[in-house]
Design a protein around this ligand. Structure first.
Ligand SMILES: Cc1cc2nc3c(=O)[nH]c(=O)nc-3n(C[C@H](O)[C@H](O)[C@H](O)COP(=O)(O)O)c2cc1C
Ligand code: SF4
Length: 517
């Protein structure tokens, strides 16, 4: 029987040489010594093992990693039953993966991302088929009942947003997927686009049926060329196979979509800037109201959702709201794809129900720092998230529990730092980042960020430290209360958390004058 060999074509795997490994596998197959088929899958999210080569056996897939092209001959010669130093055993049994609850990422790394047949064989299209038999309001109710909240950062209930769009009368409505994924240390949107793109297409089609939208756009971060190309291919396949178009899965319902490349600015991830950019203008914040749900793309009612929110909808429709809602804690229902990065031994994607702790993530999954030095701080929720010290590592991952401690879950990115980190530098970086990325529409953010970076420079030089710390606090208050959007409004979070939890890093002394010769 033809053996299937998997080598990911995910960007993270490619950056570690997956293409060269795939070429080596192809060469072995072409040599005629092997009856095998090479599949370029997505990544399993075990990033320290990339490129992860897998060989299918009747017992499951046997993994090897990280694999170099020069390892391929020996791995294939030994075969899955043989011994090889890079053997990891059954991939599904690797604790990092076995201890996850994969709902949104159920197929990622398992299927051939561009095979609709494979997608369907692994549970795909079940949600859309069910939605096609439901009234729009019932689809919206199912999503509302699941407790799904936006995974782009704000955690707004997805069903409520959809209900607003459903309630609008308009000749055209839109579904816009936010795949700008600008947060530092985040990559879950990219992994789905590269590893399971039909999940997004199915989710967007369901959203279209739910609110009465017939067109969709996925706005993809410009730094994601592979994801962009993969989405274009997947959309073409979906159109050719009637998943998209004027007769969705043979019904009388219409939904089509296209992929657009982002403009390369962090602010283009904010929903109103994103709409400006999609319409061909510079990414700049629009005043709200009106909400995009009422007056969005080209002035029409528009659902703007993060990619993970939309890619989670198929499993909710397929398995029912209660199945999804059974995972999680408090008002944070379901699972969260967490992205573990920075100075960490085992970085990757961990999908688990809300409620687990940073300690479990950093030590049980991550294995501590890559450098081997003690963990000193983590930043959760992207560049606008808080820096937390170890005594907060037991706070459960939950929107409300994080907010109560001055942090945020955001898009689920966790960046780990060891004890060599300088939190004053990190605070300066937050202001500097805001200054570079500010759209310039409001003064607190445009000017405050630059003054903030200058003031931290003074603190770092030991100039009037106590007074300048007060200036920073004042600036932060003004930015938090007076900014038009969350870029200026949340920049105080990393700055203030760094000053609160790591005051010793701000206690600088002036440099001594150089001694006379
Ligand atoms: C400065 C800024 C950047 C943002 N970047 C992103 C982003 O890259 N991706 C994203 O999904 N949401 C981002 N958001 C949040 C979006 O404005 C919006 O809330 C989200 O797309 C709504 O989708 P959701 O409800 O599914 O989370 C950003 C917000 C701000 C203020
Ligand atoms: S806070 Fe910054 S990014 Fe947001 S509107 Fe104001 S200037 Fe633009």
């Amino acid at each position: 029987m033809t053996m299937r060999i998997y080598v990911p074509s995910d960007s993270a795997a490619l950056s570690m040489g997956a293409d060269a490994v795939a070429h080596a596998v192809s060469a072995e197959i072409k040599s005629g010594k092997l009856d095998a088929k090479l599949v370029r899958n997505g990544s399993r999210g075990l990033l320290w093992l990339e490129p992860l080569l897998e060989i299918e056996t009747p017992q499951g897939r046997i993994g090897y990693g990280p694999v170099k092209p020069s390892d391929v001959k020996a791995i294939l010669a030994a075969g899955p039953a043989g011994e090889h130093p890079l053997t990891l055993g059954l991939v599904e049994a690797i604790p990092y993966l076995a201890n996850q609850q994969r709902l949104t990422f159920a197929r990622c790394g398992i299927t051939d991302p561009l095979s609709l047949e494979d997608y369907e064989a692994h549970g795909g299209l079940k949600g859309l088929r069910r939605a096609l038999d439901m009234a729009p309001a019932d689809i919206v109710k199912e999503v509302t009942d699941s407790g799904l909240r936006g995974r782009g950062g704000a955690g707004f209930p997805t069903g409520i947003k959809w209900k607003t769009v459903l309630g609008c009368e308009a000749d055209q409505k839109y579904i816009v997927c936010n795949a700008d994924e600008g947060d530092s240390g985040t990559f879950s949107d990219r992994m789905i686009m590269e590893g399971d793109p039909f999940a997004l297409i199915e989710g967007m089609a369901i959203a279209g049926l739910a609110v009465g939208a017939t067109r969709g756009y996925v706005y993809i971060r410009s730094e994601y060329p592979h994801a962009f190309a993969q989405m274009i291919r997947a959309i073409e396949i979906a159109r050719a196979k009637n998943l998209l178009g004027v007769t969705v899965l043979g019904s009388n319902r219409i939904f089509d979509m296209e992929a657009r490349l982002g403009a390369g600015a962090y602010i283009c991830g904010e929903e109103t800037s994103l709409l400006e950019s999609l319409e061909g203008r510079r990414g700049q914040i629009r005043f709200k109201p009106p909400l995009p749900a009422i007056e969005g793309l080209f002035g029409k009612p528009t659902v703007v959702n993060n990619l993970i929110s939309l890619a989670t909808v198929p499993v909710i429709l397929a398995e029912g709201a209660n199945h999804y809602k059974d995972f999680g804690m408090g008002r944070s229902r379901g699972t969260m794809p967490i992205q573990l990065g920075g100075n960490i031994k085992r970085g990757g994607l961990i999908e688990r129900a809300f409620g687990l702790t940073l300690r479990e993530l950093i030590y049980d999954y991550g294995g501590g720092t890559y450098s081997g030095r003690p963990v000193r701080a983590v930043q959760v929720g992207g560049p606008l998230g808080a820096y937390w010290p170890e005594h907060l590592f037991d706070v459960p991952l939950d929107y409300e529990a994080f907010a109560a401690k001055g942090g945020m879950v955001g898009h689920g990115g966790i960046v780990v730092f060891d004890d060599s980190v300088d939190l004053a530098k990190q605070a300066r970086f937050a202001f500097h980042f805001c200054a570079i990325e500010s759209c310039g529409k409001c003064t607190p953010c445009r000017i405050g960020s630059t003054r903030g970076a200058e003031t931290i420079d003074k603190i770092m030089r030991g100039e009037r430290v106590v007074q300048n710390i007060d200036v920073v606090k004042d600036l932060c208050e003004t930015m938090r209360d007076g900014s038009l959007c969350a870029l200026g409004g949340l920049t105080p979070m990393p700055v203030m958390s760094a000053m609160e939890h790591f005051p010793e890093d701000f206690d600088r002394k002036p440099a001594l004058p150089a001694a006379a010769e």
